[in-house]
Design a protein around this ligand. Structure first.
Ligand code: IFM
Length: 721
C-alpha cells in the first residue's frame, strides 16, 4: 500500500480543503497543510491544543501560534509564491506513515527554471519542535533572496487575539512572543536556521513578522538548502523556560534536519506497529482507513495535563477547539484497542473537568454533573446560546445545544466505564472516575419526571444526536444512555463500597434511586412495523423525502434545524439517532427490529454530520448487511479525503478535519466488519467482511495484554503477542 497522498497542480479554490487534508501534528500542535509562503489569507495555521482566548464578545477559541514556517523566495526581484506566479509544475505530498509533508513547485522564468522543494514535520519525539527543509535551485545565475521567519499575523476566526509582540534576534534565528489581549496568554516561537551555502544574512521585521533575509547568487547548477527548527511553547505549559527551548534547538544543531527526520520516522514506525489495520483485497479501504488512523495518531494528546481531542482535531479554530461527545463515542475505542495510556488521558480529561460539569448542572437547577457540550479547559462550556447565524438576516439564532443536549454527560460516563471494562485498570475510579460517573447518574436522576398515575419516568425537553429537532420529549437515545448511566453507577457503588464511602452522599440511598430510575425510565417500544419512535410525536411529523426537503431551501448555507429550519417539522433527521442507540446496544432488540429501524431511518437521514455514516455502517454490520455497510464505512474513512463535506452551519464556518468520522471508520472496520467483542476471556470475533475483503488483520489490547487478530472470510485466529 502507498502511504502517501498527493495533490498535483495548483488550484487556489482548493487551499482550505488541502490545509486540512495535508495536516501534520503531534497532539500539542497541528500544522495545516499550507505552503510556506501562505499567510492568514490562505488559512495558514499552527493550531495549539488546550490554550484559548476570548476577544470581547467573540467566541472563545484556541490560539494559532505565530507561524514559524513562514518563508518566501525572491529571484531577480520577483517574489515566486502561490497564489501569484503561475507554476510550471506543482505537487504536494503527505507521507502519512511518518507525518511528513512535502511540496515541489517549478516556475519557468525568462531566464530559466526555478525549483523549490520543501519538507516539514511536527516532531512526535519532542512535541514542542517542528522541522523544515527548504531547497532552492535555479538553472541560471540569479540573485536569490529567501526570507524566513515567524509570521505573527495569524489566522483567527474570532480574533485578533494577539495584542502585543516581543521580538528578538538571537544568533541565526528569531524569537517572537505574542501576548493575547483577551486573557493575557502568551505563545513563544523560537526558530533557528542553518544554510549549506555562503550567503548574506540580514535581520528583518515588518508587519508582525520577524526573520532573516538570506541573499546569494545561484551558480546555475547547485541546490541551496536551508534547514530550520521551530520551537513553540505557551503560558499554559508547565515548567517551561527559554533554556529548554534552547536545548531543543541545540539538538537540531547537532543532528540537523536529516537526523531529526530519522527520529521522526522511528517514532511513527513504533506507533504503526500496533495501530495499522491490514485489509487484503481492498487497497482503497485499507489506505483510507490508515489515513484516518494517521489523523487520530497526529492529534492525540500525549503530553500536558487535562487534554482531550477537539471535534476538528488540531486543524484550526472551528468549533472553538472544544471537545464534544465525539471523543468518547467515536474515537475512544481506537485508543483503547491500540494505546490504552492514550485512552486513559482522554478519560482523565472528563474526571479533571468534573468541577465545570457540576457548576453547569447547578446553573440550570439540576443536580450532579452536566458536562459541557463544547468543552474547553476546566470543563468550561464554550457553546453559546446562539450557535448559528441566520443566513437571511445575519442575526444569531437561539440554539439549544448547550442546555438541552443532555446526552453529553452519558458520553463522559461511558468513556470512563468503557476504559475500566476494557483495560481492567480501575485506578481511574479511585482517581475521581467513580465520583464522575456517580455525578452523571445524579444528573440524570434529577432530570426524571414522574407521572403521578404511572410508574414510569420520562425525560423531557432535550435534543438528541439529531440536532434538527429541538426540545423534544423522551428521545430514545438519550433515555437509553441515561438508563445505562444509572444502572452502571449503581453497579459501581455496590462493587466499590470503599470508594462509595468517600462520596459526600449516602451510597445506599443513591444506589436505590439509580436502580429505580433505570428500571422505570421510559424507552420507546417498537410499533406494529417494528419502528422505534425517535422521540414523542416524531411519527406524526410530515414524511417528506430528503429531496423534497432539500428543495425547500432558499439558500445553500441555510440551517436545516431549529424553529424555522426546513427539516424541523418533517421526519428528516440530521444524523444517526435511533441507529446510534441500536449500534451501541444491539442486545436491546432482535436483529429484525434493528434492520427495520435501519431501513426506516436511513432514507430519512440527511447525514449532515460526519458522525452519521459510521453509525449506519456499524449497525448494518451487526445486522449482517456488510454490503450495505460498506459505502457508509468508506464515506467515513474518506471524510477528510473527499471534497464536498459540510463547511457551513448557517453562516458559521465548520470546516476542518473530522476525527469522529475517522474513529468511526476504525470502529466499523474492527467492531463492525471484524465483529470484535470482548467476552470474559478476552477478544472474540464474529466477522462479516464485505465482498472484496480477503482478510482483515489488526492488534487489540485487553486487560493489559495485546492480541493479534487475523480474519479470513470464514476462519480467524486470535493470538496473544
Ligand atoms: O458532536 C457533533 C454533533 O453531534 C453534530 N454537530 C457537530 C458536532 C461536533 O462534531
Amino acid at each position: 500500500m502507498e502511504w502517501e497522498i498527493r495533490e498535483e497542480r495548483f488550484k487556489e479554490e482548493r487551499i482550505p480543503a488541502l490545509g486540512n487534508r495535508f495536516l501534520v501534528g503531534n497532539g500539542y500542535l497541528g500544522v495545516r497543510g499550507t505552503l510556506e509562503e501562505y499567510t492568514k489569507t490562505q488559512l495558514a495555521a499552527v493550531n495549539l491544543a488546550g490554550i484559548f482566548d476570548q476577544v470581547g464578545d467573540g467566541w472563545r477559541e484556541p490560539l494559532n501560534a505565530p507561524n514559524g514556517f513562514y518563508t518566501w523566495l525572491k529571484v531577480d526581484g520577483i517574489i515566486y509564491r502561490l497564489p501569484g506566479e503561475e507554476p510550471e509544475e506543482h505537487c504536494m505530498e503527505l507521507d502519512y506513515r511518518h507525518g511528513i509533508f512535502s511540496r515541489k513547485t517549478v516556475w519557468k522564468t525568462e531566464r530559466g527554471m526555478i525549483t523549490l522543494k520543501t519538507e516539514r514535520f511536527a516532531s512526535l519525539d519532542q512535541v514542542h519542535l517542528c522541522c523544515m527543509r527548504y531547497c532552492v535551485s535555479a538553472d541560471f545565475h540569479g540573485e536569490i533572496e529567501i526570507f524566513t521567519g515567524i509570521d505573527g499575523d495569524v489566522w483567527d476566526i474570532h480574533g485578533p487575539h494577539y495584542g502585543r509582540f516581543e521580538i528578538e534576534f538571537p544568533d541565526r534565528g528569531s524569537r517572537m512572543t505574542a501576548v493575547t489581549h483577551g486573557e493575557d496568554q502568551s505563545v513563544t516561537v523560537l526558530e533557528r536556521f542553518r544554510t549549506d551555502f555562503p550567503c548574506e544574512i540580514r535581520e528583518r521585521s515588518f508587519d508582525k513578522k520577524a526573520g532573516h533575509q538570506i541573499a546569494f547568487v545561484s551558480d546555475g547548477c547547485s541546490r541551496y538548502t536551508l534547514e530550520k527548527a521551530v520551537v513553540v511553547f505557551t503560558s499554559r505549559d508547565e515548567q517551561w523556560d527559554m533554556l529548554r527551548g534552547e536545548m531543543i534547538l541545540r539538538q537540531f544543531e547537532r543532528l540537523g534536519y536529516e537526523g531529526l527526520k530519522q527520529m521522526q520516522i522511528q517514532c511513527w514506525e513504533n506507533l504503526w506497529k500496533y495501530s495499522e489495520v491490514r485489509i487484503e483485497g481492498d487497497e482503497e479501504a485499507m489506505a483510507s482507513l490508515n489515513y484516518s488512523i494517521y489523523h487520530l495518531l497526529s492529534i492525540a494528546p500525549r503530553e500536558g495535563k487535562s487534554l482531550s481531542i477537539p471535534a476538528r482535531g488540531l486543524s484550526g479554530q472551528t468549533y472553538k477547539g472544544a471537545v464534544f461527545w465525539d471523543t468518547e463515542m467515536f474515537m475512544l475505542d481506537f485508543f483503547l484497542f491500540t494505546d490504552p495510556p492514550a485512552a486513559r488521558k482522554l478519560v482523565k480529561y472528563r474526571i479533571d473537568t468534573l468541577e465545570g460539569a457540576l457548576q453547569k448542572a447547578e446553573s440550570y437547577g439540576w443536580k450532579g454533573a452536566f458536562y459541557a457540550w463544547e468543552s474547553q479547559e476546566g470543563g468550561r462550556d464554550a457553546c453559546t446560546d446562539y450557535n448559528v447565524t441566520d443566513v437571511f438576516t445575519g442575526r444569531p439564532v437561539r440554539t439549544y445545544f448547550r442546555d438541552k443536549q443532555v446526552h453529553i454527560s452519558a458520553a463522559a460516563a461511558y468513556g470512563i466505564l468503557r476504559y475500566v471494562e476494557l483495560t481492567g485498570d480501575d485506578s481511574v475510579l479511585e482517581e475521581g472516575g467513580l465520583r464522575a460517573v456517580t455525578e452523571c447518574a445524579r444528573f440524570y436522576d434529577s432530570l426524571l419526571l414522574k407521572y403521578l398515575d404511572r410508574d414510569e419516568y420520562e425525560i423531557h425537553d432535550v435534543i438528541g444526536p439529531d440536532e434538527y429537532h429541538e426540545r423534544v420529549n423522551n428521545n430514545g437515545y438519550t433515555n437509553r444512555m441515561a438508563k445505562y448511566v444509572l444502572e452502571s453507577a449503581a453497579d459501581l457503588l455496590e462493587r466499590y463500597p470503599y470508594l462509595a464511602q468517600k462520596l459526600p452522599y449516602d451510597a445506599g440511598t443513591l444506589t436505590e434511586r439509580f436502580r429505580d430510575g433505570a428500571v422505570h425510565l421510559k424507552l420507546p417500544v417498537p410499533d406494529e412495523e417494528g419502528i422505534l419512535e425517535q422521540f414523542d410525536g416524531y411519527g406524526k411529523l410530515e414524511d417528506a423525502s430528503l429531496d423534497e426537503v432539500r428543495g425547500r431551501l432558499l439558500h445553500e448555507k441555510e440551517y436545516w434545524g431549529g424553529a424555522n429550519g426546513v427539516a424541523s417539522h418533517t421526519k428528516i433527521i440530521k444524523q444517526a439517532d435511533v441507529v446510534t442507540w441500536l449500534s451501541l446496544f444491539p442486545e436491546d432488540y432482535s436483529r429484525d427490529i434493528q434492520k427495520k429501524n435501519w431501513e426506516y431511518y436511513e432514507p430519512r437521514t440527511e447525514h449532515g454530520s460526519s458522525l452519521s455514516s459510521c453509525m449506519y455502517a456499524m449497525l448494518a454490520c451487526r445486522c449482517g448487511m456488510a454490503e450495505k455497510a460498506y459505502p457508509f464505512f468508506l464515506k467515513s474513512a474518506k471524510a477528510d479525503l473527499t471534497d464536498g463535506g459540510k463547511e457551513w452551519a448557517g453562516l458559521v464556518y465548520i470546516g476542518g478535519t473530522h476525527p469522529a468520522a475517522e474513529g468511526g471508520a476504525y470502529m466499523t472496520a474492527v467492531e463492525g466488519f471484524g465483529g470484535l467483542r470482548f467476552g470474559k476471556n478476552g477478544p472474540e470475533v464474529k466477522p462479516c467482511l464485505p465482498k472484496g475483503w480477503e482478510s482483515l488483520q489488526f492488534y487489540v489490547c485487553w486487560h493489559g495484554e495485546r492480541y493479534l487478530i487475523k480474519i479470513e472470510k470464514e476462519k480467524w485466529e486470535i493470538g496473544k503477542v
